[in-house]
Design a protein around this ligand. Structure first.
Ligand code: 4NP
Length: 161
C-alpha cells in the first residue's frame, strides 16, 4: 500500500530533481520499501519538457549504479498538490515558486529537500547546469545525504511503533 507520495522539484527537471528521483527510488527499493512509495519529479520551468535528464546527471548517477535515462522532463501541475504529500524543492527559489502556485489547502506541502539532510548547513542544492562535472558530484552527495534523512524521517520511526 502506498503511504508516502513524494515529488522532487527543481527548475528544469533535467538535472537535480531527476537525480533525486533516481537516488530516492534506488534507496527505497534497496530497503525493501518500494511498494510504500510513489516517487516522481518535475520542474517549475518548462524549457526542457519532454527531454531526458542532462547527460552529466545521467553519468554521475550511473557511476553509483542508478539508471535515470528513461525519465522525461515535465512541468509541475496544479494537480501535483493533490497527488503528492510533499513537494521537495531543491532550493529556496523553487520552493517560493511552489508556494505561489499552491492552492490554499496545500500551502504546507512545499519543503526544502536539504531540511532532511542531517548536519547540513546548506539550504539549497546548487544549480549545476552551467558548471562542470564536479558540480554534479557535489549535488549527488547532497541528494544522497538528504535521501537517507528523508527515508529515516518517514519510515525509520515506523519500526519502533
Ligand atoms: P535543474 O537545472 O533545475 O537542476 O534541472 C537546470 C536545467 C536547465 C536550466 C536551468 C537549470 N535552464 O536554464 O535551462
Amino acid at each position: 500500500m502506498i503511504e508516502h507520495r513524494i515529488l522532487f522539484v527543481c527548475l528544469g527537471n533535467i538535472c537535480r530533481s531527476p537525480m533525486a528521483e533516481g537516488v530516492f527510488r534506488h534507496l527505497v527499493a534497496a530497503r525493501g520499501a518500494a511498494g510504500r512509495f510513489q516517487i516522481d519529479s518535475a520542474g517549475t520551468g518548462a524549457w526542457h519538457v519532454g527531454e531526458p535528464p542532462d547527460g552529466r546527471a545521467q553519468e554521475v548517477v550511473r557511476d553509483r549504479g542508478i539508471d535515470i535515462s528513461a525519465q522525461r522532463a515535465r512541468r509541475v501541475e496544479l494537480d501535483d498538490f493533490e497527488r503528492f504529500d510533499m513537494l521537495l524543492a531543491m532550493d529556496r527559489s523553487n520552493r517560493t515558486a511552489l508556494q505561489r502556485l499552491a492552492p490554499e489547502a496545500h500551502r504546507d506541502k512545499p519543503l526544502l529537500l536539504l531540511s532532511f539532510a542531517p548536519d547540513c548547513k546548506r539550504r539549497d542544492v546548487p544549480d549545476p547546469y552551467f558548471g562542470g562535472a564536479d558540480g554534479f558530484d557535489y549535488v549527488l552527495d547532497l541528494i544522497e545525504s538528504a535521501s537517507a534523512g528523508l527515508f529515516e524521517a518517514l519510515v525509520g520511526r515506523d519500526r519502533f511503533v
